[in-house]
Ligand binder design. Structure first.
Ligand SMILES: [Zn+2]
Ligand SMILES: [Zn+2]
Length: 341
């Protein structure tokens, strides 16, 4: 019989199709061929800096802005979902309600792209440790800058890798969006965590790490600073969570040592995923507290890696319930045992 499991962090349900569950090694694939190291038409490749909006951050030794020599570069997204206000001194974001039901507000915010490497074909697992560390340091730097912008309520950091994950641009990059609203999905996560805190007097995620350590069956890596696991109610095969082992509500509170550690953890874990699943399309998302709740005791930031091995179809759209065809108790040990470097 299949199982319906509840995600304690969102109250959402998933169906774990245990009977038709695939074995972890059924997902194994050889690595896809890599694109060239330099792609003349790619706006993110060195030498093409003029094709992007002027950079807001560049890690480079000497040299000038918007010219080659960088190893990490952050630019405004040319096709930004949200734009900075044109008004010099920004006031409140304009909100309107028509007929009581049709609400809208100005699309004020920031939408940036972090180019992770000058090399078109160098994916995160194959970075040097230093490069992996610096990507997280640069994300942190932009988080801290954007959280201070007027009207910014949340800074959302994510990565789309591959067609199935929502990008056809192969050059390794992440995106950062600062929004003037708190998204409902984050509201729900913080509400569930707040209720847990009120009922139990502690952080849900700190308790979850302890419970998973005790259960032991879904642990991928139990490191010095970060805990990596496949959640009990995984929504898709090989969904992987990375949580700081120290309580912290916001990614922005990460100190430099922990940021570097996270870079190395991500390199190792994505490397294992690449090795086992053959460079799959995947998303990474960071769930971090709203700016005004960065120091609260009830929320605990974390990062999710979601390999896109299955499609969201009618049942998922109709019900919000995902059907997972793999058992996290099987995928976590399989991933743990993969040798990568
Ligand atoms: Zn490129
Ligand atoms: Zn916590």
């Amino acid at each position: 019989m299949s199982e319906i499991r509840q995600d304690i962090t969102t109250n959402e349900w998933v169906i774990i199709a245990t009977e038709r569950a695939k074995r972890p090694h059924d997902f194994t694939k050889p690595l896809k061929p890599l694109p060239p190291e330099f792609e003349p038409k790619c706006p993110f490749c060195p030498g093409n800096e003029a094709q992007t909006p002027p950079e807001v951050l560049g890690y480079r030794e000497g040299g000038t802005s918007n010219s080659p020599g960088w190893w990490i570069r952050v630019i405004p997204n040319r096709f930004a979902a949200l734009q900075p206000s044109q008004v010099e001194c920004e006031g409140e974001v304009k909100r309107e309600v028509a007929n009581g039901l049709f609400r809208k507000m100005d699309g004020i915010g920031r939408h940036e792209v972090l180019i992770e490497t000058p090399k078109h074909n160098l994916y995160f697992p194959y970075f040097t440790d230093k490069q992996a560390e610096e990507v997280v340091i640069a994300l942190r730097e932009r988080y801290l800058a954007l959280r201070n912008e007027p009207n910014v309520k949340v800074v959302i950091i994510f990565k789309n890798h591959g067609d199935q994950a929502g990008t056809s641009l192969l050059h390794p990059h992440c995106q950062i969006v600062a929004t003037p609203i708190v998204p409902q999905s984050l509201r729900r996560r913080t509400a569930v965590a707040t209720r847990y805190y009120d009922d139990n007097g502690g952080c849900l995620y700190c308790d979850l790490i302890q419970a998973e350590q005790k259960a032991g069956v879904r642990v991928v890596e139990d490191g010095a600073k970060f805990f990596v696991m496949h959640p009990y109610a995984s929504r898709s095969p090989f969904e992987t969570w990375v949580l700081p082992k120290f309580h912290s509500a916001s990614f922005g509170n990460l100190d430099l040592d922990a940021a570097k550690d996270l870079g190395r953890v991500l390199k190792r874990i994505t490397g294992k995923i690449f090795t086992m699943l053959g460079n799959p399309d995947y998303n990474i998302v960071i769930h971090t507290a709203p700016v005004k709740e960065e120091d609260e005791d009830y929320f605990h930031w974390h990062l999710r890696i979601i390999p896109r091995l299955t499609m969201m179809a009618g049942f998922e759209i109709g019900s919000g319930i995902f059907i997972n065809t793999a058992l996290p108790e099987q995928t976590a040990p399989a991933l743990r045992e993969v040798k990568f470097q």
